[in-house]
Design a protein around this ligand. Structure first.
Ligand SMILES: Nc1ncnc2c1ncn2[C@@H]1O[C@H](COP(=O)(O)OP(=O)(O)O)[C@@H](O)[C@H]1O
Ligand SMILES: CC(=O)OP(=O)(O)O
Ligand SMILES: [Mg+2]
Length: 386
């Protein structure tokens, strides 16, 4: 039995999970020994001042379960790192050089990479003897062809500044597309994955390889999200700067933190949006309509990119729980061979399409922590340092 601790350090939270397994490659064999979330890091009035303090809390919670962070059975620590740029396309054993290169990528993921690094630095300080592995959100998308990665802007400028599409949530897209292919009993299945959480992204996966995804150079492009706008005419940004005199920081805050569902209707929690829609609230209705219209558009686009689709997989907090979003996003697609079964959709487990639907539609719960643990174990066993 080996134990692996997974840390997902976000800007204001740390999620952790301690998993144990004998054979990490066998599905369903990892046991969850402990898990939790430390929230409101660094916020006013919060007892958790920074990531070092958060890891103290994690240590304490682990010790209370009898599996302390100092446990000799702990084999490795796996970290979610959001932006790996072009440098990292595989899970990577963390060294000082890796830390420095992830730090160089901060300008491309200012909300995410600093938090991820804070978690890495504290964990290395607490257990310098253990291998620590970075699992990158961008890695799964490294197989995208040039025409899906390039922005149609001046190539010299783009090349010099690393301006291209990278894609995110790759650990989830990898895990869910694999599970969806297994569900269709076709390892070469073409899958559209719709990861709908606070951040949201779609991907087109052909026989296990990602060929397109909706997030771009940063996690702002693509679908409508809780607080992020997703796709937008870049001219809007010029207009906000020139005509409204907004600074770049103000525009950043507007598009990343005050847009999406929150901007459209004042609520970013889909449960609350649904409650208001049921009560006939027109702002919530518009927000939901924009959200589902964007989703349907991406499904159509990725259908064309893939040429043939076997499975459409819904995942993430919204994708797994909102039958209303699934129903609205899939409405009117019978011409593409996509037909939901209303009762199965309401139940929301496994296949939710009708028996005669050419494309299978399914709810496939994601498990980023398990995937990070597996990839961490793979690196550790390969490098023989565990
Ligand atoms: N029963 C539900 N119905 C609709 N939306 C839900 C439900 N449960 C959770 N959600 C939504 O899931 C979102 C969070 O998704 P999650 O994948 O947990 O987020 P994160 O990106 O932080 O991991 C929230 O917007 C929340 O409203
Ligand atoms: C990359 C990204 O958008 O992550 P999250 O959904 O955790 O914010
Ligand atoms: Mg998530």
């Amino acid at each position: 039995m080996t134990h692996i601790l997974v840390l997902n350090s976000g800007s204001s939270s740390v999620k952790y999970r301690l998993l144990s397994a004998g054979d990490w490659s066998a599905p369903g064999t990892a046991t969850r020994l402990a898990s939790g979330t430390i929230e409101r890091i660094g916020e006013e009035g919060s007892p958790v001042a920074d990531h070092a303090a958060a890891l103290e809390v994690v240590s304490g919670e682990l010790a209370a379960t009898g599996f302390g962070i100092d446990s000799p059975e702990l084999t490795a620590i796996g970290h979610r790192v959001v932006h790996g740029g072009t440098a990292f396309t595989e899970p990577t054993l963390i060294t000082d050089e890796v830390v420095a290169r992830v730090r160089d990528l901060i300008p491309l993921a200012p909300l995410h990479n600093p938090a991820n690094l804070a978690g890495v630095e504290v964990a290395r300080r607490v257990r310098p003897d253990l291998p620590q592995v970075a699992v990158f959100d961008t890695a799964f998308h490294a197989t995208m062809p040039a025409e899906a990665c390039a922005y149609a802007i001046d190539r010299e400028t783009a090349g010099r500044l690393g301006i291209r599409r990278y894609g995110f949530h790759g650990t989830s897209h990898a895990y869910v597309s694999r599970a969806a292919a297994a569900l269709a009993d076709r390892p070469d299945a073409n899958v559209i994955v719709l990861h709908l959480g606070n951040g949201a992204s779609a991907s087109a996966v052909a026989a296990g390889r990602c060929v397109d995804t909706s997030m771009g150079m940063t996690p702002l492009e693509g679908l409508v999200m809780g607080t992020r706008s997703g796709d937008l005419d870049p001219g809007v940004i010029l207009h906000l700067g020139r005509s409204a005199g907004m600074s770049l920081d103000e525009i950043d805050t507007l598009l990343n933190r005050r847009s999406g569902m929150l901007g459209l209707c004042g609520d970013n929690d889909m449960r609350e949006v649904e409650r208001r829609v049921a009560a006939g609230d027109p702002d919530a209705e518009l927000a939901l309509a924009v959200y589902c219209h964007r989703l349907r558009k991406y499904v159509g686009a990725y259908y064309a990119v893939l040429g043939r689709v076997d499975v459409i997989a819904f995942t993430g907090g919204v994708g797994e729980n909102s039958s209303l979003v699934r129903e609205r996003a899939m409405a009117g697609l019978d011409g593409l061979g996509i037909v939901l079964d209303p009762a199965r959709n309401a139940a929301g487990k496994g296949v939710i399409s009708a028996g005669d639907s050419r494309v299978r539609v399914a709810v496939v719960p994601t498990d980023e922590e398990l995937e990070i643990a597996r990839q961490t174990f793979a690196v550790v066993s390969r490098t023989n340092c565990g």
